[in-house]
Design a protein around this ligand. Structure first.
Ligand SMILES: [Zn+2]
Length: 193
């Protein structure tokens, strides 16, 4: 994909938008181009550099996006589709974007309320991993919503305890990882209760 240079011709306000807070974009980035996180510290998608204008979305990035697929245990090139295919009986979800792995048929939703509405929420989970993530959210969310600890502090603690630079529930790749996080969250919840 070629960057849309027209969109970037005006004063370029460069923003590095790594969701995992990694400070530096790659040196050879191009504005409006999807790029991988430097050093592959992240799980490999959605980190892009843009010029302050709305990021690319929709089919334009379809051939470029690679997402780790938990069902395939590797990065795949998923297909952008919508709720009509994923949830045919949910007309309320019909227009929402999803990335689907056509190898294993698993899928992931998108940050559809943001400017880059096709940015995947995380890696593509299997149904089992999706359930495990929901389970984690059920014990995780009440902890920071209680106000006893901020959400970012809580996530920071989990990242530290798992030996990673950051933590996102949507990036959990395996049931084992989910179990580990679950245990950590329960411990933190117990400590601050
Ligand atoms: Zn797959």
């Amino acid at each position: 994909m070629k960057p849309d240079t027209k969109a970037c011709a005006s004063p370029v306000r460069k923003i590095w938008e790594c969701h995992n807070d990694h400070p530096q974009p790659p040196s050879d980035f191009l504005p409006l181009e999807m790029v991988a996180c430097p050093g592959r510290q992240c799980l490999g998608f959605g980190h892009h550099f843009r010029c302050g204008r709305p990021a690319l979305g929709g089919d334009a990035v379809n051939e470029q996006v690679k997402i780790y697929c938990c069902g395939c245990s590797e990065k795949v090139e998923p297909r952008l589709t919508d709720g009509r295919e994923i949830y045919p009986h949910r007309s309320d979800l019909a227009k929402l974007p999803f990335w689907k792995c056509d190898v294993c048929n698993n899928f992931v939703g998108c940050h559809h309320k943001t400017k880059n509405r096709t940015q995947p929420l995380g890696c593509i989970p299997t149904p089992e991993i999706k359930k495990a993530r929901q389970h984690i959210h059920r014990i995780l969310d009440p902890i920071w919503k209680s106000g006893r600890i901020s959400r970012s502090d809580l996530y920071g603690h989990i990242a530290e305890a798992t030996g990673r630079s950051s933590y996102h529930t949507a990036n959990i790749r395996s049931v084992e990882e989910a179990r580990e996080v679950f245990k950590i969250v329960r411990e933190i919840g117990g400590q601050i209760a």
